[in-house]
Design a protein around this ligand. Sequence first.
Ligand code: GLN
Length: 545
Amino acid sequence: MSSSPAAKHQTKHLFITGGVVSSLGKGITAASVAFLLARRGYRVRMQKLDPYLNVDPGTMSPFQHGEVYVTEDGAETDLDLGHYERFSGVDCTRASNFTAGRVYQTVLERERKGEYLGRTVQVIPHITNEINRCIASLGGDDVDIAITEIGGTAGDIESLPFLEAIRQYRQKVGAKNALFLHLTLVPYIAAAKEVKTKPAQQSASILRGIGIMPDFLLCRSEKPLTQDNIEKLAMFCSVPEENVIQVVDVPHTIYEVPTVLAAQQFDAKILRALGLPENTLEISDWEAMVQDYIHPRQGEVTIGVVGKYVSVSDAYKSINESLIHAGIANHAQIKFLHLEAEQVTAETAANLLKDCHGILVPGGFGDRGVAGKIETIRFARENKVPLFGICLGMQLACIETARNVAGLADANSTEFDMHSKNPVIDLMHDQRSVTQMGGSMRLGSYPCDLKAGSKSAAAYGQTRITERHRHRYEFNNAFRPALEKAGLVFAGTSPNGELVEIIERPDHPWFVAGQFHPEFKSTPLKPHPLFRDFVAASLKNRDGK
Ligand code: GLN
């Protein structure tokens, strides 16, 4: 008998849509599902499709859109990808985030090249076909389950081509190979003392009108649902009762969500619906991490984050999460003190920063708040408060030392003063001719060599590391001797020695700043070594050691 040819590998797809309102935590839910399926032994990939027209979020203000998350391969993406990586531990790529703008750009470029010659170019089929190509690009021989989150809310005009595309996708690959998960709101109305199912029914009905019948209904609510609620939702949203999953507000941390879903066998039910073996689920390390978070035996440590977007909680999402991870690693609860950089001056610094056990100066663009960040760094340096500078934070740490220790009074970055006689931070040659704003910075993962004996080398436990970047300006090597004399150590550089990646002050308990963004690589189970040691130093400072 001849053996039959090996069956072609089929990537299975999960599509997650949102209903009623935005900000329900679709990203966290999708990330939790990815984590559970990965723990059941499946090779998972994740993706977000955003209906807005920017080609990517790279040029959007954090006030508009929150943080821009950067992948290993240098894509500037939606901050939900941060949740995907932190929960699932799987790296995202360029194929993990597409916007309507990028889809249209591709189609229009093809149109200009004449690839549709003679035909009318239309949303259906040309835009929907391109969306389907984006979805398919996530799959492959090394992917068992591809999870696609559709941004926006069912009923949005701009989501329509995306919803039509996933309807077509499932039609093509069949119900065993693609499932629809709909996350919706089931609000508790205090006056009626009741949970109300009508908004969820209506969002399911919007989807039905587009030809999408959800396989699972994920119900975000403040209060647990009653059996009566569940029966009603199942009946009027056309979902089997056991596929109505409750996502009730978690009491302590978003990292409890996977456990909430697993307790309802959600991941096992998905696998059954896809016709895949359930395997076993082992998440005791994750649950222990959550317990460590809930019971911090070292108490509280206050970390000041001095930035210019502090009024938007999502603007420093990955930094906040990385600090939380570092807190867990040190058995301490992080008390965040988010300070508006513009308020910090030579007069106010001592008072504003007096309660901080450690101070973090994050990245940023433009000169608003720069003076306050420099004052903050001076305060930390002079008062021996642990300081962690990130990207712009590192550039300003160099400027602060240049001005206040090396005596170069007008030291600056050419981002803020084109005519500074002491441009300690400057454009590299290959950035001088750049005129296009989008996607033109130093982006993505680069290697860095650490100086043996430095605090950074001690933190990482190795001397070759890689970290993700997103910046245009660099340290100007002409100033290395002056700043070394002023007490800085260049503890990390690119392997050829050309680019300064980390600076430290050996005369200080913990003064470390990096040109990269370590916050994009921290996960709750693998806290980033620099964040971990920064929080450890802050705890020591708190305890006066
Ligand atoms: N604005 C600085 C630069 O472009 C720093 C960027 C950042 O902090 N991400 O180099």
